[in-house]
Each structure stands twice: as structure tokens, then as C-alpha cells.
Ligand binder design. Sequence first.
Ligand code: GRF
Length: 197
Amino acid sequence: MNIAVFSSHGGSGLQAIIDACESGHLNAKVCAVISNNSGSFALQRARNSNIAAYHFSSKTIKDADELQLAIMETLQKHDAKVIFLAGYLKKLDQMVLKAYEGHIYNIHPSLLPKYGGKGMYGIHVHTAVLAANEKETGITIHRVNSEYDSGEIIAQRKVPVHEGDTPEILAARVLKQEHIFIVETLAAILNNEHNPD
Ligand code: GRF
């Protein structure tokens, strides 16, 4: 099963998927990595693993339709069957959402619907969780629709908040669990345990 991974920055979630495919834990292949950030380590991780790496951004392709066509052509060229957004901060266009409806997934570092939506990404999520004095947080993998963090929830995993946590400490604890959770959930998806209705 060919998975196209979209990632904007560090790509540690992408790396977890690459490693699982290479080790055989995931019966899949990362067929392409797409980033809106030419300097992202995610693209470097792809190149390090000889995976096709693409920078697509409104900065380089000004016309929105042209940009989405370039993304669509790349997905089709690599015969992508699943799209996984692992730290991708842009919205997918209707063209891609429609073509891959039901087969696009995103990982979010909170127990959605709490601490999701526009502006809730990265350290902002963990800062908000601590500000609300939550005793636990977690991870959500969900299907992607046209709104941020609002598609059908596929799976969730709780992560404890510890006394004295800073946003950075909490972020690191959640991210470590994300890498395990991504692989487990993708394996379940590939095993048809989460077929779209
Ligand atoms: C992760 O916390 C993920 O849940 C969120 O963005 C972060 C990406 O981290 N969507 P990385 O780029 O995979 O290291």
C-alpha cells in the first residue's frame, strides 16, 4: 500500500512511518513526501531514505489551481492510495479531498475535539492543555475533511499530564507516544479495520 506523507517541519512522525515500512512493521511504502516548506527536515528525511520529496507551496506556484494540480499529479504519479498528514499545517484543496475522500488521515496532539481547530497546533496545544489544568491529554488520528481537525475520529490515545509539566516537556511526552500510535493506527487502517462508511 502506497502512502503519501505530507509534513511541514521536523517530520519525526514521517520518520516513524518510514522506519516502520523499512522494518516490515508496516506492510506499506512511503511513495512520496510533500512539504510546503523547502527547508523542512521532513524533505531531508525523505531524501535520506531515497523517497521522492516534493516542495509545493503558494510561494513557488502562485495559482491555487495550478498548485493543487501539481499535488494531484504527484499523488497519481506515485500511485498513492492513502494520504497521511504528519504535521502538515496547510489545508488540502477540495480537488485532493474529493479524489482521496475517506483515505486521508491527520494526527493531532490532543484528545479532539478538545484543543483543536484553527491556531491549535504544535506548542499552542500543550500550552492550552496546561492552562486548563487538564490531568490528561492525548493524541487523535482522524479522517480529514475541509475543516481543521474535524473529520471522523479513527483512534485516540491518552497521555498523562504530570505535576510541573512545561509545554515543552508535555509536547515531548506526547510526541514520543505519537510515533508509536501512528504505526499502530496505520497498521489497523491497512488491515481494513477503519474502512470509510
Ligand atoms: C506532531 O505533534 C503532530 O501531532 C502535529 O504536528 C507535530 C508534527 O511533528 N500535527 P513532526 O513534524 O512529525 O516532528
